[in-house]
Every structure is written in structure tokens, then in C-alpha cells.
Design a protein around this ligand. Structure first.
Ligand SMILES: NC(=O)c1ccc[n+]([C@@H]2O[C@H](COP(=O)([O-])OP(=O)(O)OC[C@H]3O[C@@H](n4cnc5c(N)ncnc54)[C@H](OP(=O)(O)O)[C@@H]3O)[C@@H](O)[C@H]2O)c1
Length: 270
């Protein structure tokens, strides 16, 4: 089995990699910090299984380029896990002029997944999105799906986690096997790069959060469970289907988001 996992160098992703390690004979790991990965992965046996690709999701052009390399090197992918993500200060822009939270959590994973669709079997491959209950945070501006004018850290994060579910829904509607999930409130490095107030709130509440091992359980469940026993397009919490917000179920919004995301790639010359 070949698994692509983003965000394998910390928290939920690292636990996912360690726990599922023996399930795959090839691990495709796009990651932004090669040194950190090489040092962390030293404890893993049989390193030939690991295929590391330096890739920063905040750069859409680089993500596109790396996805093209992966497509050539790995024409068959069984499971694509979009796990990498995070919360960044409201209004912070990438070098390409995009909202940072939008780029890392939505447009980067969108680019990676879209470019790799030819490597996925509609019947037998899975696409998994690590979303969040934060997708229910109100305040989405339906006229600004690219988050060009967002200044609130928390509203932007809520929007992109909603976009994870909507993208999964779109992929289901075009025939793929795809799932989104909430991992729980998990004690990880999450929030390390956000604004000081949000960071302080996260660190204070983290005392009550679950372990990364526990937080990885639904991702592991969705990866291991046979497709026939899963519900494509569904949102999972604690390994069970849960109804997401009303907006997350909107077909017109998922189509609008997909089309505008494609448009955003075109505007970057991709
Ligand atoms: N923790 C929670 O309570 C919680 C709750 C709901 C949903 N989630 C979601 O769970 C996922 C995993 O988060 P986590 O809690 O495990 O946090 P984490 O410990 O901070 O791990 C995040 C991972 O994403 C990677 N990443 C961040 N920015 C990136 C970029 N620009 N390019 C490439 N990779 C990047 C990080 O790389 P580095 O190792 O280089 O930093 C790290 O491997 C995220 O999508 C998050 O939104 C978390």
C-alpha cells in the first residue's frame, strides 16, 4: 500500500505515521522541514519505505511543482491524507499574496490533491481531510471565499476547516472515496505560529486536551477500514459519522469553492 501523508513531522501526523507505519510499503511524505524530519524519522525501521519531498504548503507554486514530481514517481496512491495545517495570525499573507491560513489549510492541499487525482483510483483509493469542529465557527463571508479580506484569526481558521469538508464533499460528488474528520481537541504544537492572544488561549486550554496518539485514532480508523464499510463524503468524529454544519453540506458552496480555487491557481499562472 502507498500512503501520502502531509504534516508527518508533528502531533497527529507523526502519530499517524508511527501507528500505521507497517501498513504501507511506501510512505510519500511532503514536508516543509527536511532536517526536522530526518532527525525525527531516525527511530523508524526500514527507511527505504520513506519518500520525503520538501514542500511548503504556503507556496502554491512549490506545492504544484512537488505534486508534479510525486505524480511521476508514484502513479498509484492508495490513501492521500491531508493532515498538515495550522492557525496563523489573521490577515497574515504568504509571499504569493494569499491569506496564510487559507494557503496552508486549503489552497495548498487543494493543489496537491487536484494534481494527484490521476494517481487515485475512484473505486479503491481514499482521500482523507483532517478538518475540525471549528468548521462551525460563524462568520464565513460568502463573497470572499479566498479570504482576501479576513482579519480575524479564528474566523479564518473556521472557514478553512469548513473548506476541508466542502472539498471532500466535492470529490465525493465527482466519484472519489473521501472522508473528513475532527480529531478531537489534541495537545500538539497546534497554534505555535498564530498571534499571541490565540496562542495563549490554546496553550491554557491544552491542559485538558487529549494525547496526539488518541487524536490520530479517527485518521487511523479511516485509513484501515475497508471502503465498503465507510460512507464517502461523510464527516467523522470519534470514528463515527457526524452531521457537519449546514454550510458544509451545501453542494452549491462546494462547487463554488472548487471553481474559485481553480481560478486562484490560474491567477498564479498554474
Ligand atoms: N490539535 C488540535 O486540537 C486540532 C483540532 C482539530 C483539527 N486539527 C487539525 O489537525 C491537523 C494536524 O495538526 P496538529 O494538531 O497535529 O498540529 P501540529 O503539531 O502543529 O502539526 C501540524 C503539521 O503540519 C505541518 N505544517 C504546518 N504548516 C505547514 C506548511 N506551511 N507546509 C507544510 N507543512 C506544514 C507541520 O510541519 P512542522 O513540523 O514543520 O511544523 C506539522 O507537521 C491540522 O490540520 C489541524 O488543523 C487539530
Amino acid at each position: 500500500m502507498t500512503i501520502l501523508l502531509s504534516g508527518s513531522t508533528s502531533g497527529i501526523g507523526w502519530e499517524t505515521l508511527k501507528t500505521l507505519y507497517d501498513q504501507a510499503d511506501q510512505w510519500i511524505l511532503p514536508l516543509r522541514n527536511l532536517k526536522k524530519a530526518e532527525s525525527l524519522f531516525q527511530e523508524l525501521p526500514d527507511q527505504d519505505r520513506l519518500k520525503l519531498y520538501p514542500m511548503d504548503l504556503s507556496s502554491i507554486k512549490q506545492t504544484h511543482q512537488v505534486a508534479e514530481q510525486i505524480k511521476v514517481n508514484h502513479p498509484n496512491i492508495d490513501v492521500l491524507i491531508n493532515n498538515a495545517g495550522g492557525m496563523f495570525p489573521g490577515g497574515k499573507k504568504t509571499q504569493e499574496g494569499l491569506d496564510m491560513t487559507f494557503a496552508v489549510n486549503h489552497l495548498g492541499p487543494f493543489t496537491l490533491t487536484k494534481q494527484l487525482l490521476p494517481c487515485l483510483s475512484k473505486e479503491n483509493s481514499k482521500v482523507i481531510y483532517v478538518s475540525s469542529e471549528a468548521h462551525r465557527i460563524p462568520g464565513l463571508d460568502l463573497n470572499d471565499l479566498l479570504l482576501e479580506n479576513y482579519t480575524s484569526t479564528i474566523t479564518a481558521y473556521g472557514a478553512v476547516k469548513l473548506f476541508n469538508i466542502l472539498t471532500s464533499k466535492y470529490l465525493k460528488d465527482i466519484g472519489y472515496q473521501t472522508y473528513s474528520l475532527h480529531p478531537g481537541a489534541v495537545k500538539t504544537a497546534f497554534g505555535a505560529e498564530t498571534d499571541p492572544i490565540s496562542k495563549a488561549i490554546i496553550r491554557a486550554t491544552q491542559l485538558f486536551f487529549i494525547s496526539p496518539r488518541k487524536g490520530a485514532e479517527t485518521t487511523i480508523f479511516l485509513t484501515k477500514t475497508p471502503i465498503k464499510n465507510l460512507d464517502s463524503g461523510a464527516y467523522y468524529v470519534r470514528k463515527k459519522v457526524k452531521k457537519p454544519s449546514k454550510l458544509a453540506q451545501s453542494k452549491s458552496l462546494s462547487t463554488k469553492l472548487w471553481n474559485q480555487s481553480e481560478e486562484a491557481l490560474k491567477n498564479l499562472g498554474l
